[in-house]
Design a protein around this ligand. Structure first.
Ligand code: APR
Length: 316
């Protein structure tokens, strides 16, 4: 079963679970690209692909979607998204997941390296910054072609929660969240704007602290409400927006976990920072002027990521 030859962009999604399937749906509803859903559970990926195909006449989608467990079908992908992994359970931290998901990333990265060596890879599997770094090391791709999805999601969460607090439209807030995709993340309220004014100058200290805390805990809040599985509507929307920036060559600035090479005083680490995304992947890393306090928080996040990475004993 191969995909018909055409000029469509091709996005392969490894992991046809909640995030993967919802992302596939978003890509098809926007008629953005052909989609390959790959899962270790072949029935799951094939079943979801059939269901998505059935929706195409209704939603007016001409793109193809295939479900498979055969990695050779991802050949020629413009983008490969890795969502394969175990989601967090209530009470489980992202760190608890590290060893299990690392084994999955090792498996998936070797297949992507073999069948889609020209692709841009977006990692979604948690713990995000660690899995993105591991994937980068194992893939051996250029640094501008491997990135982790987290900053767009965390920034959207910050905008949403701030909008509720201020009583203004969610789309009127543009937030910037850097650092790691866990409780060490660094919402930058000086760079986050509501109707053109920095959140830092609108909110009092108590509200700033409460907003920051709520953003940090949002993922865990959703995990405990769901009782099984983790968030997928917003993560898939965030991933879709990054894919669109890349395929449509939008040159948009979005936060993502990327390899730093001296920027922000950090190197040989994946961590969230603002980047410009276009057809070649990461076109530019934006280095914001941080205060000493902000830098310290970013450094704390980086130190924790490095500690976890050491525990993986990565041999590229
Ligand atoms: N190869 C391919 N697919 C795999 C593998 C593997 N080695 N191991 C697991 N999978 C698949 C599972 O069969 C499952 O269908 O990955 C899918 C994961 O889907 P869900 O359990 O629904 O998880 P989801 O909510 O999509 O989250 C995926 O994103 O947000 C993160 O923490 C989250 O790491 C998790 C990932």
């Amino acid at each position: 079963m191969a995909m018909a030859a055409n000029n469509n962009d091709k996005v392969s999604i490894v992991g046809a679970g909640n995030v993967g399937a919802m992302l596939a749906q978003r890509l098809l509803e926007h008629d953005l690209s052909d989609v390959v859903l790959v899962d270790i559970d072949e029935g799951l990926s094939r079943g979801k692909a059939c269901d998505l195909q059935d929706a195409s006449p209704i939603i007016g989608c001409e793109k193809e979607v295939i479900g498979t467990s055969d990695y050779s079908i991802i050949e020629g992908s413009d983008i490969v998204v890795i969502t394969a992994g175990l989601p967090r359970k209530p009470g489980m931290t992202r760190e608890d997941l590290i060893q299990k998901n690392a084994a999955i990333i090792r498996d998936v990265a070797s297949q992507v390296r073999k069948f889609a060596p020209q692709s841009i890879v977006i990692v979604v599997t948690n713990p995000l910054d660690i899995m993105a770094f591991l994937a980068y090391k194992l893939l051996g791709f250029e640094a501008n072609k491997v990135l982790g999805m987290a900053g767009v999601l965390d920034s959207a969460r910050c905008s949403n929660i701030a909008a509720e607090e201020l009583g203004i439209a969610r789309t009127e807030i543009d937030s910037v969240v850097i650092g790691s995709h866990d409780t060490n993340m660094v919402p930058l309220l000086r760079f986050s704007q509501a109707q053109g004014t920095a959140l830092d100058s609108i909110l009092d200290n108590e509200k700033k602290a409460s907003l920051t805390e709520k953003v940090k805990r949002r993922g865990a809040e959703i995990v405990s409400l769901l009782k099984s599985g983790s968030a997928f509507f917003a993560p898939s929307a965030a991933c879709f927006s990054m894919i669109k920036s890349i395929l449509k060559n939008e040159h948009l600035t979005q936060c993502a976990s990327v390899l730093l090479n001296g920027e922000y005083g950090l190197r040989d680490i994946f961590i969230g920072v603002p980047v410009v995304l276009g057809r070649t992947g990461i076109e530019k890393i934006i280095e914001l002027e941080l205060t000493r306090k902000e830098r310290e928080k970013l450094k704390n996040a980086a130190d924790a990521i490095k500690k976890s990475v050491i525990s993986l004993n990565i041999q590229p």
